[in-house]
Design a protein around this ligand. Structure first.
Ligand SMILES: [Zn+2]
Length: 130
């Protein structure tokens, strides 16, 4: 669900950007002296001009909404993964026990070198130093 939201959010600004650029480039063309005369003389040109203005505005909004979705998705994703990240505990040479960084209980590193704290269930990774 969350990954799908991010994927959708990533596609929206790309589509939005393309639509915006097509609209923007054509609106620029229609705003030249020749374009203004063309719109004055042809109602079809005037309709196209309005359509490109819509594309410019709609594409811009689509790109912005997509970017907001991506940002929201990434923030949510980060919050989600930070809970499951392993807590590193540094054990110096000759040390047999370390303190759990979350609840402070003693962990026997000869048996608890990899895995969870028996008290608070926090995933622990013991890093040996020295
Ligand atoms: Zn603990």
């Amino acid at each position: 669900m969350r990954a799908g939201l991010i994927a959708q959010g990533a596609v929206l600004p790309i589509i939005g950007w393309f639509v915006f650029m097509i609209g923007y480039n054509n609106v620029q063309d229609y705003q030249t002296t020749l374009g203004v005369i063309g719109r004055y003389l042809s109602s079809e040109a005037q309709q196209k001009y309005q359509m490109y203005q819509l594309m410019e505005a709609g594409g811009g909004i689509l790109a912005l909404v997509g970017l907001v979705l991506v940002a929201a998705g990434l923030v949510g994703h980060e919050k989600h993964t930070s809970k499951t990240v392993k807590r590193r505990v540094i054990a110096r040479g000759g040390q047999r026990a370390v303190r759990c960084p979350v609840c402070g209980c003693a962990l026997d590193i000869t048996t608890q070198s990899e895995g969870k704290c028996p008290e608070c269930k926090t995933p622990i990774e013991v890093v040996y130093e020295g």
